[in-house]
Design a protein around this ligand. Sequence first.
Ligand code: PHE
Length: 471
Amino acid sequence: MGSRSASMHGMWSSRAVFIMATVGSAVGLGNIWKFPYITGEYGGGAFVVVYLICIALIGVPIMMAEILLGRRGRASPIATMKRLTREQHSSPLWTLVGYSGVLAGFLILSFYSVIAGWALAYVFDSAAGGLNGITADGAGQKFGDLVGSWQTLLLWHTVFTLMTIVVVARGVKNGLERAVTVLMPALFIMLLIMVGYAFIEGDFARGFGFLFNTDFSKVFQLCTGTPEALNCEFTGEPVVVAMGHAFFTLSLGMGAIMAYGAYVPDHASITGATLTIALADTVVALLAGLAIFPIVFASGLEPSSGPGLIFQTLPIAFGNMPGGQWFGTLFFVLLVFAAWSSSISIIEPAVAWLVDSRGWTRGVAAFAVGGLAWLIGIGSVLSFNLWSGEEYQLFGKTIFDLKDFLASNIMLPLGGLLIALFVGFGAGRQMALEELSISRQRLFDAWWFVIRFVSPVGIVIVFLNSIKAFG
Ligand code: PHE
């Protein structure tokens, strides 16, 4: 067996703690904020189906690969890749995965903390009764006022970045770990209640149909405008976005899961853990969709209204249900925690690398990485106000959109591709066999085939298809 020492960064106390932490990383704004709004933008059911296929055929096998690499290397993703390329006598170029992951982490945190900041702002607004009795127009206005003020966004962006830094500085295991164990189940129950509300008060049939009725002609089209005057263009963009989101929502392709995998106990089953994590993540996203779209349709809102979608719809529910003031506050608190347990994993690869390869202390490393992400994040803050105009856009996208597009839809899938190829071809079959220790040979063979051929080919086809469509 390979290196069997403990990681210098500490170890999870059990397999269950690892699963909790990784669910904490996976479940976040991606599920509750991003999934509904991109599903709305890219037309609903068909997009959801492509996303689910990507989770099953690309996400799950690559998550197993990331965890096994992490556990084998027991270090930061960059150091792990260095170690394993040496151990497996393969090219040091594979280490690029580690570096690109660190870069993607900066990009992701730099917009993630801005959106988490919106959630923080809504915690206080809701607690102060600001959502009571709110109408659809009022909710739209409130959201517009929030993102229109760069000072307010900067404040909450700063607060959330500091929250992330503090936890990462203390080490992933202390503090947040314990909180997440209670808060994630609470978020889940809260979402169920929201779905119940949407069922009674919203246009549930239409919301449900939007999420699950599949019109595949839409998958390759990007439609804008109102339902009456729809303007559709042929493009591979929805498929690229669906695949990118599968990576984003499972925290894959950038080393976050590899970093967490480094702290996994030796004999824990990787397959079982991965299935649990992927299932929990998917269920939370679908529940969020079921909670939001019925309200969207009942309130006459547009599903394609963009990143503000949940902030314009959920307040209508909270504002008009009994006890909504506290209910809403609690919901946004839980959303902040979900984002928090994800954001720490976004910078963990960079911080762990500065600690194990550069000899920095954890505290200094966390501040440096968080500080730099904060600085880049100012561009995301301004994208919604001072720099929202066309003169500040590239390819019709603001800085915020560009960072998300580049990181989620290009860097994460490319990182995932390299991870799959390294495990499948760069390293030996023996390494995977030892780490996964799947007792049923058939199951291992199936995964081995998928990780070597199905996932990589899938990623490449999606990319080629989009190039063809764009060209
Ligand atoms: N998976 C997280 C979410 O869905 C985001 C994330 C991306 C976390 C990449 C870590 C790495 O919110």
